[in-house]
Design a protein around this ligand. Structure first.
Ligand SMILES: Cc1cc2nc3c(=O)[nH]c(=O)nc-3n(C[C@H](O)[C@H](O)[C@H](O)COP(=O)(O)O)c2cc1C
Length: 364
């Protein structure tokens, strides 16, 4: 009996198995609006049999986009564009769908990755960015504006408004993006947060905005739908955000009703020294799992079904997420089920594809 294919619950949401499609920015929106690319991309991944798909980071306001092509969820027009895509995906897939809500802070206003991802000045279609402190991400970025308390309130309100839109879209889960060096992570890390008010300094102060936004989103999103948080467990920089602080944050989030912690790492500083290898972030999820009782998701170079199964059976996480592996092999869950002797959902249009040696693979 495979644990990877054993159903689980995140909050009150039931997942068919423990494979989660990680959020992946597509940089393919037009003024924040989902396009035909999203219909194709989300549509095909929704046929993969994964237990949950978390849609890419959607910006809660225009300034919060990483690139001008980021997906947005900040007004009726962006909501409507995403509604049309989601409605089509829903016609052919019952996979639960969540969305990540984010703000890029000082890492906003950049070009798309396939054009190098460099900073875009206003003259190149970029914009003035905001952050906890006026510290640029690197030498080629212009300095962000340090956020006033009024600006912080605006951003908090934008998270609330986007959460209400996500509910209206019928999305079943929200992931607050507090990882990868984006705005909320910038508040957490002492390397990017040098404020001397209630949002900077002590760990309690640096965590404040994440806890406040979590509470706000939780309050407006229906209680039967989970809200979780994605964190970077460490900056991979001496003197930065680290595992001990991540454990404290995870416990504080659990205490106010957080439904899960999604454990990634890095992205805050160009000084990061990461030793990347198979499952390189799993030790972080393992440590956090020991400190909380809500589900913990591991992610990062999990590519093999047996590897995923072992992470779960060894108690290192409750679910695993895949990003690049799903793009490379969009039927990864089918192939994993075949290897691990489990069953998986597939659209009836494809049932005839079941290879003879794994007859009974598809749930009917
Ligand atoms: C194309 C692409 C887009 C990504 N966009 C996001 C994103 O929107 N939000 C996020 O938290 N992580 C994002 N990530 C990171 C992934 O969710 C994941 O954490 C990372 O790729 C490691 O997992 P993997 O080894 O399975 O790819 C992205 C990764 C890729 C490859």
């Amino acid at each position: 009996m495979s644990l990877l294919f054993t159903p689980m619950k995140i909050g009150k949401l039931s997942l068919d198995n423990r494979i989660i499609i990680a959020p992946m920015c597509q940089y393919s929106a037009e003024q924040g609006k989902a396009t035909a690319w999203h219909r194709i991309h989300l549509g095909h991944l929704a046929l993969s049999g994964a237990g949950l798909m978390i849609l890419e980071a959607a910006a809660i306001e225009t300034e919060g986009r990483i690139t001008p092509q980021d997906l947005g969820l900040w007004d009726d027009v962006t909501e409507q564009a995403l509604a049309e895509v989601i409605n089509d995906v829903r016609k052919y897939s019952s996979m639960p769908l969540g969305i990540q809500l984010g703000h890029a802070g000082r890492k906003a206003s950049t070009d798309v990755p396939w054009r190098g991802g460099g900073f875009l000045a206003a003259s190149q279609g970029g914009w003035q960015t905001s952050a906890p402190s006026a510290l640029p991400f690197n030498d080629s970025h212009e300095a962000p504006q340090a956020m006033s308390l009024a600006r912080i309130e605006e951003v908090k309100q934008a998270f609330i408004d986007s959460a209400i839109r996500a509910d209206r879209l019928g999305l079943e889960l929200i992931e607050v993006h507090a990882a990868h060096g984006y705005l909320l992570h910038q508040f957490l890390s002492p390397l990017s947060n040098q404020r001397d008010d209630q949002y900077g300094g002590s760990l309690e102060n640096r965590m404040r905005i994440v806890l406040e936004i979590f509470r706000d989103v939780r309050r407006v999103f229906p209680a039967n739908k989970p809200v979780g948080v994605r964190i970077s467990a460490t900056d991979w920089v001496e003197g930065g955000w680290d595992l001990q602080q991540s454990i404290a944050l995870s416990q504080a989030l659990e205490a106010i009703g957080c439904d899960y912690i999604h454990v990634s790492s890095g992205g805050l500083s160009p000084q990061q020294q990461i030793s990347v290898g198979p499952g390189y972030q799993v030790p972080f999820s393992e440590s956090i799992k020991q400190a909380v009782s809500i589900p913990v998701i591991a992610v990062g170079l999990i590519t093999e079904p047996e590897q995923a199964e072992a992470i779960l059976t060894e108690g290192k996480s409750d679910a695993i997420a895949l990003a690049r592996g799903m793009l490379y092999d969009p039927r990864w869950p089918w192939h994993a089920a075949a290897k691990l002797g489990a069953k998986v959902k597939a659209p009836e249009q494809y049932w005839r594809s079941e290879p003879h040696e794994v007859k009974g693979l598809f749930k009917q």
